[in-house]
Design a binder for this molecule. Structure first.
Ligand SMILES: Cc1cc2nc3c(=O)[nH]c(=O)nc-3n(C[C@H](O)[C@H](O)[C@H](O)COP(=O)(O)O)c2cc1C
Length: 192
């Protein structure tokens, strides 16, 4: 891949809310699993602690998580996004970091103790945006959500209690193009 192709992949990743509960032609759940597995493996972590974790929910597992969010979140307006995730998306990728690793680092490197939860956040964010970009390259639409506390209560029981939940990337076949995006002027200057 050339640098220009990599930059183009970064620039074309978008938030796509209009989704269909299917995968685009030619894309399988194995393609998505392979991509997420590589991203979780290769995204850098502080002290190479490999704190990132992820799961992929589809079918009933996906629906029951979002149904739980719909039922528990207060107010009708707040239910709209989780309802659309439940009914219009094919699946969701849930991003975690493992507190066992963060706490071990805090004990081992006391001088940085306060920084390790933030380092875990940073690395999870990097994994989330890598995944978002790759899904877009696969022809999927996706949007990033943070119903963390609500999602937690309905996850598969195999998920260790030490995994802190950071975000949900909701995906499906795109049903419409994302809207126009506006940009601020933020020139990056070189100082020599
Ligand atoms: C750290 C972060 C948190 C975000 N949280 C949410 C969210 O909770 N819900 C949501 O609908 N979009 C969320 N977004 C999506 C942003 O609103 C979106 O990326 C931004 O408006 C730019 O649009 P684009 O993704 O199409 O480039 C989040 C994005 C980032 C990077």
């Amino acid at each position: 891949m050339t640098v220009d192709n990599y930059l183009k992949a970064i620039a074309t990743r978008r938030t796509t809310y209009a989704l269909k509960p299917e995968l685009p032609a030619g894309v399988s759940i194995n393609d998505i699993q392979r991509a997420v597995q590589t991203i979780i493996k290769e995204t850098p972590t502080s002290f190479n602690s490999q704190v990132n974790r992820a799961i992929i929910l589809t079918g009933e597992a996906h629906k029951s998580v979002w149904d739980h969010v719909v039922k528990n979140i207060p107010g009708e307006a707040g239910k709209k996004r989780p309802q659309s995730a439940r009914d219009e998306a094919y699946g969701s990728i849930i991003f975690f970091t493992d507190d066992v690793i963060t706490e071990k680092l805090q004990a081992q490197f006391a001088a940085f103790a306060a920084a390790f939860p933030q380092f875990a956040d940073h690395s999870s964010g990097a994994a989330q945006i890598h995944t978002w970009t790759v899904l877009h390259q696969l022809g999927l639409g996706s949007h990033l959500q943070h119903y963390n506390g609500y999602v937690k209560g309905a996850l598969p029981k195999e998920i260790p209690v030490t995994w802190s939940i950071h975000a949900q990337l909701v995906f499906g076949a795109p049903a419409a193009e994302p809207g126009e995006k506006s940009y601020a002027e933020n020139p990056v200057k070189v100082f020599s």
